[in-house]
Design a protein around this ligand. Structure first.
Ligand code: NCD
Length: 307
């Protein structure tokens, strides 16, 4: 039985197969409409979510399966003090696969060790968010056709942004991918990303503060929200929340084929006037999230695929 805790749990070849499957699902949804009849997905969300939870639920329903779960810790027995290990033991009796989001780093991993069904990490604190990465990779591949030789800018809260950590880990496995890490000093990537992921893999990267300086060279700009809920004090958050605002004027500095991605939710970091720019890909990206989660559910459940 396989779980998904980090994007590295899938090899580059497996990722390719998964993205091909997502592509086929997009083209021929009817072929997959009953493939999970009688199967159940549990969504155990101890932290707020819109896209991740609903796209998982939509994914399972599109496959003919059913969904059970909770959308906040308050409405689960966690509020009575139950451990994730006990919860998953019980949920294993009710469902075939589970997606878990938790504010504590490593909680889905702890759950996976006690689980008799596949567990998918749907975001653990400021650590990892592998299914967002699958979404991001599918989006980049469909826009650019490949990953090799791309210069990727990641901008905003690189310290607490789990989507950033997972995306970097996944992308360093391709050839000659370069990173420009754009953040205020206080929100730079954690040292394990800099040392154990980037430097160890001999990946070219630079850390800069000004978005304007970085923009002209980028092939992809991955914007992120300042992660309010991970700050220890309100003052620091207020100081940094509007550090970056991508607007039409700044977009003039970017290449004509530089696409903007954002895991969403957006707060102020992308002005709404940018939404109509053909390079704004963040809503399309959210749509890809459903296809890739459908492909992931089929893969982890080892469902026999239609020809
Ligand atoms: C992200 C998350 O939860 O980490 N959202 C998402 O899953 N699409 C990004 C964020 O909350 O800023």
């Amino acid at each position: 039985m396989r779980h998904l805790m980090s994007p590295l749990d899938l090899s580059v070849e497996e990722l390719d197969t998964l993205m091909d499957l997502a592509g086929d699902i997009e083209k021929h949804p009817d072929k997959y409409a009953h493939i999970c009849d009688g199967k159940r997905l549990a969504t155990l969300f101890y932290e707020p979510s819109t896209r991740t939870r609903l796209s998982f639920e939509a994914a399972m329903m599109n496959l003919g399966g059913q969904v059970i779960g909770f959308s906040s810790a308050d409405s689960s027995s966690a509020s009575k003090g139950e451990s994730v290990a006990d919860t998953i033991r019980v949920v294993s009796c009710y469902a075939d696969i589970c997606a878990m989001r938790h504010p504590k780093e490593g909680a889905p991993l702890v759950a996976s060790m006690a689980s008799s069904i596949p567990v998918i990490n749907a975001g653990d604190g400021g650590h990892q968010h592998p299914t967002q990465t699958l979404t991001d990779l599918l989006t980049i591949r469909s826009l650019k056709g490949h990953f090799d030789n791309l210069t990727i800018g990641l901008c905003g809260d690189l310290k607490f942004g789990r989507t950033v950590h997972s995306l970097i880990e996944a992308l360093v496995r391709y050839n000659n991918v370069k990173f420009t890490l754009i953040s205020p000093e206080e929100l730079r990537v954690p040292s394990y990303i800099r040392e154990d992921v980037l430097k160890k893999n001999h990946v070219e990267f630079q850390e800069v503060e000004r978005l304007e300086d970085a923009l002209p060279d980028l092939d992809i700009l991955y914007m992120t929200r300042v992660q309010k809920e991970r700050f220890f004090n309100e003052e620091d958050y207020v100081r940094m929340k509007d550090f970056y605002i991508l607007d039409k004027q700044k977009m003039e500095l970017a290449k004509d084929d530089m696409y903007i991605l954002h895991p969403l939710p957006r707060v102020n970091e992308i002005a709404t006037e940018v939404d109509s720019d053909p390079r704004a890909a963040y809503f399309k990206q959210a749509q890809y999230g459903v296809y890739v989660r459908m492909a992931l559910i089929l893969t982890l459940l080892e469902v026999k695929l239609p020809c």
